[in-house]
Design a binder for this molecule. Structure first.
Ligand code: ARG
Ligand code: ZN
Length: 496
């Protein structure tokens, strides 16, 4: 599902990169069937997401064989059937899904085999069907182009079924950081930010197209598969394979989907108000890491209650997946963050805060990432203060103690570039921005703004400009200069 707004590409020259809607319809009268755009219009990731339709739901039926025991190479096998309900938002002659490193063998639309799966110019025959493969540009290669017969009229909702699969290895993002479906020694840890969902299912891989998710994951008996949301039914074992069902009905951005597999200890409890908490903890953590992890996870109910100052917890469940050291970072996957090696208290608070800031309200473009990381970091400051573990003021002062000539201050946090999404300043200057904003407009207006942010933009996306507008509304102040010095310049703020 996407919010009614349209992505504005701006004068960044990206029109050159992204194929504009190409008319292939009859000139003069009649429906004008065109190709859906190959990207959602995000300048940082021009091929992420797609145009011309709005996904309602993904049903992912996955079968995964983890790597054979060491010392075999870390290659697993993933086979999937993705059932995607989507609504055409224009008369569609063809449209794209993002899919990287796996091969689609068959595509149907409402039960009919999609005939030529290629635009005419760059078509390549694969398996008797045509796929668009542009060798010199990896991003463009990750586009599965589907040509429906009959064409799809605007406003119609169709069911697209893609059969696909292949060996899984260890994909990396543009910075060379492991992400997507990352094979581990005992399964897979699945963390997609920003555009790694396409490494394990065909998807419109941009936060502006949120959808509901259902998972049916079949793994060798003894393995546990954990995804977003709640178990839809009890796992079932047959012929040495166990199937796990998960249901995540709330609107979810693709980068927040997970379907991690491993030798997990699965635990289920609930909060005082009845919210289910489901944790999956790698059974091979070191005793020290397990003790730290258990202590942090025990705090989850209290942390949820604390953060409900910003509004009710937004989804149907919460909990954690604590896997091995393979990826080395945590991700706020919706309802069920993934941790690597250990879940520390401040990290659990950070990923929990993302459920409101990042997950319920997601970045409109990836340039807006500071709104995710700034809020999550700020939440750890106020939680620590609440726990008597240093004040938010002290955390702010620590950031402001960084000398003005330090490269830290050169990052423009509201436009860090695609290689700068996870730089320190996105987190720390982001949090300092929020702290300074609270000082400037007062605690009451700040809290009101934070709550309104979640109310207004839940299930959708919002930008830095939206944030400024809302904070100006609740405070009655002109905040142009404030946001200029804090997030739109690469210098240390002095007055604001
Ligand atoms: N959003 C995650 C966090 O702050 C970090 C994800 C890092 N991802 C990456 N591809 N480098 O917890
Ligand atoms: Zn974060």
């Amino acid at each position: 599902s996407r919010t009614r707004r349209t992505l504005v590409t701006g004068a960044v020259g990206i029109a050159v990169l992204v194929a504009p809607a190409v008319a292939v319809g009859v000139p003069g009268g009649g429906p004008r069937f065109v190709a859906g755009a190959s990207g959602a219009g995000d300048p940082y990731f021009p091929y992420s997401g797609n145009g011309g339709y709005d996904v309602q739901s993904y049903d992912l039926d996955l079968t995964y064989t983890p790597p054979a025991a060491a010392p075999a190479p870390l290659t697993g096998q993933l086979d999937g059937v993705a059932t995607i309900r989507l609504e055409a938002t224009q008369d569609l002659a063809r449209f794209n899904l993002d899919l990287r490193g796996l091969d689609a063998s068959r595509v149907t639309i409402d039960g009919k085999t999609a005939k030529e799966i290629a635009p005419p110019a760059d078509g390549t025959e694969v398996d008797g069907r045509k796929f668009w493969q542009v060798q010199e540009d990896a991003d463009r290669e990750w586009e599965l182009v589907i040509q429906p017969r009959p064409k799809i009229k605007a406003g119609r909702t169709v069911t697209v079924v893609v059969h696909y699969g292949g060996p899984t290895t260890r994909p990396t993002d543009i910075e060379g950081v492991l992400y997507g479906w990352v094979t581990t020694r005992d399964g897979a840890m699945v963390v997609n930010e920003p555009d790694g969902a396409m490494t394990w299912y065909p998807v419109s891989d941009h936060p502006t197209d949120k959808a509901a998710y259902r998972f049916e994951i079949t793994v060798p008996e003894g393995k546990v598969a954990v995804a977003n949301g709640l178990p839809a039914r009890e796992p079932r074992t047959e012929d040495g394979w166990t199937t796990w069902w998960w249901d995540a009905p709330d609107q979810q951005a693709s980068y927040l989907s997970t379907a991690s597999v491993g030798d997990y200890d699965l635990r289920r409890t609930e909060t005082a108000s009845g919210l289910p908490i489901i944790d999956a903890v790698d059974d091979a953590l070191t005793p020290g890491n397990l003790a730290v992890t258990n202590a942090s996870l025990a705090l989850q109910p209290e942390m949820i209650e604390f953060l409900e100052m910003f509004g009710p917890y937004p989804f149907n469940s919460f909990g954690s997946i604590v896997d091995d050291d393979t990826v080395g970072y945590a991700l706020e996957t919706q309802t069920r963050p993934v941790y690597s090696r250990v879940a520390r208290e401040s990290t659990v608070m950070h990923e929990l805060a993302h459920q409101w800031f990042g997950n319920a309200v997601s970045p409109f473009r990836w340039a807006d990432i500071w709104l995710n990381e700034g809020w999550a970091t700020y939440a750890t400051w106020i939680w620590a203060e609440d726990q008597g573990d240093g004040t938010a003021q002290e955390a702010f002062d620590e950031v402001m103690a960084i000398p003005a000539d330090d490269p830290f201050w050169t990052t423009v946090v509201a436009d860090p570039g695609p290689f700068g999404l996870f730089l320190g300043p996105i987190y720390d200057r982001g949090a300092a921005t929020l702290f300074a904003l609270r000082q400037k407009i007062g605690a009451a207006a700040f809290l009101e703004g934070a709550q309104q942010w979640v109310v207004r933009y839940s299930d959708g996306t919002a930008s830095t400009a939206d944030f400024q507008t809302l904070m100006e509304e609740v405070s009655g102040q002109d905040l142009e200069q404030f946001f200029d010095v804090w997030v739109r310049t690469g210098e240390k703020p002095t007055t604001w």
